[in-house]
Design a protein around this ligand. Structure first.
Ligand code: G6P
Ligand code: MG
Length: 221
């Protein structure tokens, strides 16, 4: 059934709710800097690398910062984030995601992870899902961030599957754009309006099913 050969997942906000931890860590930093920061603005940071996210926050401060100051601020945010992810356990997998990945693997489809986070290897270890992923590409392995397709294309190459036979799963607008630019089928998890460029949008991973994915994928080809 179908011709999907690989499914490549984003991590934060797709496999586990670390998107919330990134939000809390940025919020703490923004509050310290007296920069207004809310969930709407945070949407712009999803899928975007650490320094680039910091730049977007600092733009709102109206002040200028030296390279050293920026590095210090980025490390401070990362310390907040690291404190939050220490307590992650396998129970923090989002509902339905383990079952979905297992279903995929049972069908002989290979799996990958494409995360812009340098903390991805740590989080995967805490979640104990290394065995469920055939390849992992994190921010340290690529030059360009999402929405550039490099991270997804690297994962497809490592898996040895042509992009047209690959599905990408993302909760960020920039991530969905990266998947589409890679020439893959995009599944969006979250808000319809934000993720409108995706080929299939669900509100949570629990709504994912391989059967429906095959149907949606086939109808798009
Ligand atoms: C992911 C998240 C972003 C985060 C980025 C960098 O893409 O969606 O919110 O800023 O990774 O994460 P890091 O752990 O390297 O700071
Ligand atoms: Mg994400």
């Amino acid at each position: 059934m179908g011709s999907i050969k690989a499914v490549i997942f984003d991590l934060d906000g797709v496999i586990t709710d670390t998107a919330e931890y990134h939000f809390l860590a940025w919020k703490k930093l923004a509050d310290d800097l007296d920069v207004p920061f809310d969930r709407e603005f945070n949407e712009k940071l999803k899928g975007i690398g650490r320094m680039e996210s910091l730049e977007l926050i600092l733009e709102k401060s109206g002040k200028t910062f030296s390279v050293e100051e920026k590095e210090r601020l980025a490390s401070r945010k990362n310390e907040h984030y690291r404190t939050l992810i220490q307590r992650i356990t396998p129970d923090d997998l989002l509902p339905g995601i383990r079952g979905f990945i297992k279903e995929i693997k049972k069908e002989g489809i290979v799996t990958g992870l494409a995360s812009a986070s340098k903390n991805a290897p740590f989080v995967i270890k805490r979640l104990k899902i290394e065995d469920l992923l055939d390849t992992v590409v994190d921010a340290t392995k690529v030059e360009k961030g999402k929405p550039d397709p490099e991270i997804f294309l690297t994962a497809t190459k490592q898996l040895g599957v042509e992009p047209a036979k690959c599905v990408g799963v993302e909760d960020a607008k920039a991530g969905v754009q990266a998947i589409k630019r890679a020439g893959m089928f995009a599944v969006g998890i979250g808000d319809q309006n934000t993720l409108s460029e995706a080929d299939w949008i669900v509100s949570a991973p629990a709504e994912l099913s391989l059967h429906e994915l095959y149907q949606r994928y086939q109808n798009s080809n």
